[in-house]
Design a protein. Structure first.
Length: 271
């Protein structure tokens, strides 16, 4: 029996093909959103609840960070890696979410790699770019910088879904890997002293912005002196802060951070 394909049926099939093809092309430049497998995304990924289908597989260790085992410090920036191997695939994509216990976005994500392989969506999730959807011999990888949320946020869950695509121009035949991990907030203990062990000024040398991080939550002031002992900057600060030094001329300076009970001075080089 021969099946007769009418012009109308052919038009519908053609429309479905191009719709699927256009979805693949569009998603090559980033996830459409809601596919990180996080609680806020109701566990949906590219493969489960997404357009690629086929479900998803848990692969532990895709998400790694430099957050200490003692937990994150509010306001500090940490490096997050979303990386692994699939054994197959020539094109890759991902979506990553950092969420609090209420499944709301926690902290701030930023692209870390110089090649702009990553981008941040309007909902605060991270995803790939059109230049960041490739891998080598089944290996994929992206880097993000995460600035931890305000004090009292508590546990934060990192979730990511990685699409392993066969690059056939269609949504079929692809695989999805997911991973998640929970990071806790560091317990704050009162520290009265200020020294090189509990207070950091970086980067050094510095060009534009000097970051200040202290375990002493009571620091409230920063003074910068030139080599002649003249104050060139005097500002109120918090224990985790950043100050603009771009207007200072190149040279050696001495930075003093103070609380009402103590102070700490460090030599820096302005580039």
């Amino acid at each position: 029996m021969k099946t007769k394909i009418t012009l109308g049926t052919f038009a519908i099939l053609l429309a479905l093909f191009f719709s699927s093809y256009n979805d693949v092309i569009a998603n090559a430049g980033g996830s459409p959103g809601g596919r990180s497998s996080s609680g806020g995304d109701s566990g949906s990924s590219c493969g489960q609840g997404g357009c690629h289908g086929g479900g998803h597989t848990i692969q532990n260790g895709i998400i790694t960070t430099n957050i200490p085992t003692s937990g994150y410090t509010p306001g500090m920036t940490y490096r997050i890696n979303v990386a692994g191997t699939s054994g197959s695939g020539t094109k890759f994509g991902f979506e990553f979410a950092a969420e609090n216990t209420s499944n709301a976005t926690a902290g701030t994500l930023a692209a870390a790699s110089a090649g702009s392989r990553e981008q941040i969506r309007s909902n605060g999730h991270a995803t790939h770019t059109s230049t960041g959807n490739s891998g080598v011999s089944g290996n994929f990888g992206w880097q993000l910088d995460w600035t931890a949320p305000v004090s009292g946020t508590g546990n934060v869950r990192f979730s990511s879904a990685v699409l392993v695509a066969n690059n056939n121009g269609m949504n079929s035949g692809d695989a999805t890997l997911i991973d998640s991990t929970i990071v806790s907030e560091a317990t704050t203990t009162f520290i009265s002293e200020l020294n090189e062990n509990n207070t950091k000024l970086y980067p050094n040398p510095v060009e534009n912005n000097l970051n200040i991080f202290s375990e002493n939550s009571k620091i409230n002031r920063v003074l910068i002196f030139n080599v002649e002992g003249k104050i060139v900057l005097d500002a109120a600060i918090n224990s985790v802060d950043q100050i603009d030094v771009s207007n200072l001329i190149k040279g050696v300076y001495f930075v003093t951070v103070k609380s009402d009970e103590a102070q700490f001075t460090q030599r820096i080089l302005k580039m």
